[in-house]
Design a protein. Structure first.
Length: 636
């Protein structure tokens, strides 16, 4: 049940009930209903309802003005009515391709990071109890604890797909099915045997030192069987593909049957494409890496350890670490020991130490609270909470941990350390370097030294060479807490400024959404009125929400009811989440084309958190205002 469930129920009841609703969308501030009979709606009740600003009848829509939290109310209305679960505002990332990839991955993991940390800690607790002789691996208690701790890692594609669905604006139950299909036993490589529709695939992978992959066919097309459990990237890519298919499907499928047939076609298209394309690509890359690593190991064990230690965490993220598993298995089977995986041993400790160092530099208390469970989990060899929750989003600590992993990996292979069994993560992997037949424990000693090397490098580099760039406003020493400060908002649009009370839209004119002004644009361009961040870039580009570095929240709404243009005549120059400087171009729009389409371009500029300030003073400019002129003076 959502936070605004009660409000959602009252709204639905007073627009005439679920049966009176044809469709529902939302924009920046309001729910936009298309009702079968607007006379059934209780205008007066809705206007006076706690949580509703006002109601509007406009452009054939019954609009219930909510405010900035309209998205959450919309989700609760959708949940209780079943009108459709797709969000109209999928989260966007900005910056380089690498930055966007990191933002997507870390953003997807944030919702279930607590469960991920808990799973890692339970796995560690279970390992400690076994090591201490309290439990045995055959006991029921061990099996239950192992199931609890291991579940989220085994079925990670499901959690990732559900979170990715929310990130990309896809129905989360569609995401659940995508993740479930990736974990489905009949798809997994380990369950397949040659024969019938399942055959060994030799032609594409000839020359590999390992047994040829197995494939099955879908409508006559071969695809490589793969083990997607515990993977991340396949789920994200398939959900992303579904998000790109969703919009065109909605355009061609009648609205009355969209709830059933949009998910039907999304799954019917996205998953087969995922199996036919993503599976082969991962398998090809894995085999190429396996051959390359095997050659590198023969050429220079030290260089091999350096590279494996450096890239191990990246390989795990993309599911390419399987390229080293066959080498290790082959070595254990033929020689009784393996060296292929010793180079990766220190990587988890470098990661854990880097995150521990972050604790002393982090400014956000919520992020600091994640450090302890991430460190505990990391010591036990489970680093996903550390990577996705802390180091990867901050970038530099992740790179520093890679350096620590590289040096420790080179040390392990230079010392000729051998593992005699496979399994055991984190500190529980140390015994795997003890030769049980001879009792030689030198490998275990070297592994402890490697832990120290990796940890020191990861901690020191992060502690001394990384600073948290989170902006935290501090009151200078000696300044009184009650001293009035001001923030200047320059005009984001060039044109004629008018009082907000003159706005054609009564929700804006009455100041229900905050204080501000209306600008009648003469130039179709919106620029940043301060240094800050793009908090909301609506998909239709008709409205943009900004927050200044000092916390001022500003809504720039280009035109009235221009959401109906669905982005036509608008061009965005920044993405949601982008950092902007005063004067940066944000959006361009065609004034003439919008007006010819029958829409007004008058642009309200609203401080949506007006209640946080002592006063908001409009400029006294009576003539036209340019995009460099002061528009509002906000007193703090």
């Amino acid at each position: 049940m959502g936070k605004y469930r009660d409000l959602a129920e009252k709204i639905v009841e007073n627009v005439g009930g679920k049966e009176n609703i044809n469709s529902l969308t939302h924009c920046i501030t309001r729910l936009r209903f298309k009702l079968k009979d607007e006379s059934k709606a209780n205008d007066d009740v809705l206007k006076n309802m706690d949580g509703v600003v006002t109601i509007m009848h406009s452009a054939g829509q019954y609009q219930v003005v909510i405010g900035n939290h309209v998205g959450q109310v919309y989700e609760d209305v959708v949940d209780m009515t079943g009108l459709g679960g797709e969000s109209n505002t999928p989260e966007e990332s900005s910056g380089s391709l690498f930055d966007r990839l990191i933002d997507v991955i870390s953003g997807i993991f944030q919702p279930f990071l607590g469960a991920l940390s808990a799973g890692g800690m339970i796995k560690g607790l279970n390992a400690i109890l076994v090591a201490a002789g309290v439990l045995t691996a055959e006991s029921g208690t061990y099996i239950v604890l192992n199931a609890i701790g291991d579940a989220i890692f085994m079925f990670l594609p499901i959690a990732v797909a559900v979170a990715a669905a929310k990130k990309f604006g896809v129905n989360q139950y569609v995401g659940l099915v995508i993740g479930g299909a990736l974990c489905y036993p009949a798809i997994q490589l380990s369950t397949l045997t040659a024969g019938g529709d399942v055959q060994p695939l030799y032609t594409l992978f000839s020359g590999s030192m390992f047994e040829s992959p197995v494939y099955m066919t879908f409508m006559g097309l071969p695809f490589v069987a793969n083990d997607y459990t515990s993977s991340v990237i396949p789920s994200i890519l398939i959900v992303w593909l579904a998000s790109k298919l969703q919009r065109p499907l909605r355009k061609v499928i009648p609205e009355v049957i969209q709830n059933f047939f949009v998910p039907f076609f999304l799954l019917l298209i996205a998953l087969p494409v995922g199996f036919l394309v993503i599976g082969p690509v991962i398998t090809i890359l894995t085999n190429m890496l396996a051959t390359g690593f095997d050659s590198l190991l023969a050429f220079s064990p030290i260089l091999f350890g350096l590279i494996v230690g450096f890239f191990w965490q990246v390989l795990v993220m993309f599911g390419l670490h399987w390229s080293l598993i066959p080498i290790a298995i082959l070595q254990l089977g033929t020689m009784g020991y393996a060296t292929a995986l010793t180079g990766m041993f220190g990587a988890s400790f470098a990661q854990t130490a880097a995150v521990a160092a972050m604790y002393f530099r982090l400014k956000n208390p919520k992020e600091k609270a994640l450090v302890l469970p991430a460190v505990i989990s990391g010591i036990c060899g489970v680093t996903e909470p550390a990577i996705y929750g802390l180091s990867l989003p901050k970038k530099k600590p992740f790179v520093f941990s890679m350096i620590g992993g590289a040096v420790s990996g080179a040390f392990m292979t230079a010392m000729g350390v051998r593992s005699y069994v496979m399994g055991g993560l984190g500190v529980f992997g140390i015994p795997s370097y003890i030769n049980q037949q001879t009792g030689d424990s030198s490998g275990a000693i070297y592994s402890v030294i490697a832990i120290a090397i990796a940890s020191v490098i990861g901690f020191v580099l992060t502690f001394f060479f990384w600073r948290d760039d989170t902006v935290v406003e501090e009151i200078p020493e000696g300044q009184k807490a009650m001293e009035v400060r001001k923030e200047i908002v320059t005009s984001p649009v060039q044109g004629q400024m008018m009082p907000l009370s003159t706005a054609s839209d009564q929700a804006f004119a009455q100041g229900a959404l905050g204080k501000g002004v209306v600008i009648h644009p003469t130039v179709g361009e919106v620029v940043a009125p301060f240094d800050g961040t793009v908090m909301t870039m609506f998909p239709t580009k008709h409205a943009i929400g900004l927050i200044s570095d000092n916390g001022l929240e500003l809504l720039i709404h280009i035109g009235l009811d221009t959401v109906q243009l669905d982005g036509k005549y608008f061009e965005a120059h920044v993405e949601q989440g982008a950092k902007v400087k005063r004067g940066d171009k944000l959006v361009s729009f065609d004034i003439k084309a919008i007006e010819e389409a029958g829409f007004s371009v008058e642009t309200p500029v609203i401080v949506t958190n007006s209640a946080d300030y002592l006063d908001i003073i409009e400029t006294d400019c009576k003539e036209g205002i340019s995009s460099s002129d002061e528009l509002l003076t906000v007193l703090v």
